[in-house]
Ligand binder design. Structure first.
Ligand SMILES: C[S@@+](CC[C@H](N)C(=O)[O-])C[C@H]1O[C@@H](n2cnc3c(N)ncnc32)[C@H](O)[C@@H]1O
Length: 408
């Protein structure tokens, strides 16, 4: 068994208790079906058509359970393959699926390098896996090879700057405990962390608490990986290029706009004039808190259409309620969002609250405009201002998932 397999046999990640399925559904990004529709199918996918999904390196099942449950909730005919090298992780994912009575998932223990043997797939999810492979390029290529015509990938790879402090600690533990068993390594890692001096890089990074507080499995995943190759924006674009994949979008495009981090008008203008990849790379360096890149990609030559506001587009709020946003506008005149210490604040007129109250995931923009009784120009102008920050930070997408067919 190689070191990555040993790691996940000892510490299935993330640690999950199948009993918790009775009380909550964990939602993640990428991989939310509404988001998949938005970035890969123009927000207009016909959900009456079957959907073939691969969850590559599915771990203990967060992304898997979310997509299977949401597709089941909306009556989508789904065929979902879970693929992972870790038997211990698979058992947990299977128990979670059983607890929910999900029947659309097939479980396989195996290497994602063989993904094409099981495909092709309309959507491939691969979160937190590619950076752990001994040869990540082979992983990117394997996913590309398993895509169906017109299909797409949603993935997350670790990123360096937001994980400041992690890599020197990985090296330190390699120097001190490389040959110990995983359980002993965790004991040493905990001892090391508990006595860290205030000047240490990990002590100074406040945004890693989810892993560091995630029990032994979280600690092992953070500090004791045998392969952990972070990707900055340029490295990610390079890997996609080599695998014949085309970048579609980051899941939270707003985090990759350097103008969010620049006040000087000349510098803002220069940043805005850079080609997209350079702009995103600059933003990553300036903001400093991006721990992983969550992105969507397709096979080169396929043009995925990112959804845009239009009369028949159906807006869906994700992990936030229209009522809560509307209340914030009424009380404070703003909507706000935050990810790891950086975010947005957008001032909006009170009228915008009415739009948000009418967003129910089923109504199209034209339906909403009629419900609130506005003229198209007034509606479109205000919706554009409202939509931009919500989409940039992952709170609003377009999809007809809740309506079923593309034209219903
Ligand atoms: C950090 S976990 C992520 C799990 C899950 N995708 C999530 O986001 O919660 C990484 C998973 O990738 C799996 N993995 C690592 N290398 C793999 C490979 N070559 N093929 C399939 N799975 C692999 C590990 O066993 C582990 O379960």
């Amino acid at each position: 068994m190689d070191s990555v397999s040993r790691h996940y046999e000892a510490y299935p990640y993330p640690a999950r208790d199948p009993a918790d399925e009775a009380t909550r559904l964990i939602t993640v990004s990428p991989g939310h079906p509404v988001e998949i529709d938005h970035f890969l199918f123009g927000g207009q996918r016909d959900w009456l058509r079957p959907f073939r999904v691969l969850v590559a390196g599915g771990g203990t099942g967060d992304g898997l359970i979310m997509i299977a449950q949401m597709l089941a909730d909306h009556g989508v005919e789904a065929d979902i393959l879970y693929l992972d090298i870790s038997v211990a992780s698979r058992r947990i994912a299977e128990d979670r699926a059983r607890a929910r009575g999900l029947t659309s998932i097939r479980f396989e223990t195996g290497d994602l390098l063989n993904a094409a043997d099981y495909g092709p797939f309309d959507y491939i999810d691969c979160c937190g896996v590619l950076h752990h492979l001994p040869e990540p390029d082979a992983g990117f290529a394997a996913l590309r090879g398993a895509l169906a015509e017109g299909g797409g990938i949603g993935a997350m790879v670790n990123a360096p700057y937001g994980r400041a402090g992690v890599y020197e600690m990985q090296d330190a533990l390699r120097a001190l405990a490389a040959d110990d068993e995983p359980e002993q390594q965790v004991t040493y890692a905990r001892a090391l962390i508990e006595a860290l001096v205030p000047t240490n890089g990990l002590t100074r990074n406040p945004f890693l608490s989810d892993h560091a507080n995630g029990g032994d499995a979280g600690l092992h995943d953070l500090l004791l990986h045998s392969h952990d190759r972070p990707y900055d924006v340029d490295a990610l674009f390079g890997a996609l290029e080599r695998a014949d994949l085309a970048f579609v979008s980051f899941a939270t495009p707003g985090r990759y706009d350097p103008r969010m981090m620049l006040a000087d008008p000349v510098l803002r203008e220069r940043a805005g004039a850079l080609p997209y990849q350079q702009r995103a790379a600059l933003a990553e360096r300036l903001v400093g808190n991006i721990k992983g890149h969550s992105f969507y990609a397709t096979a080169k030559g396929t043009t995925a259409e990112i959804a845009q506001p239009s009369a028949d587009a159906v807006p869906v709020l994700i992990d936030v309620s229209g009522a809560a946003l509307a209340e914030s506008i009424y009380k404070h005149g703003v909507i706000r969002g935050e990810i790891d210490g950086s975010g947005f604040q957008r001032r909006l007129p009170k009228d915008a609250a009415g739009i948000l109250m009418a967003v129910d995931g089923r109504r199209s923009l034209d339906d909403i405009r009629r419900v609130i009784g506005w003229e198209p120009k007034r509606f479109n102008d205000l919706f554009a201002i409202l939509y931009q920050p919500l989409n940039n930070f992952g709170l609003m997408r377009f999809s007809r998932l809740k309506r079923g067919s593309s034209r219903s």
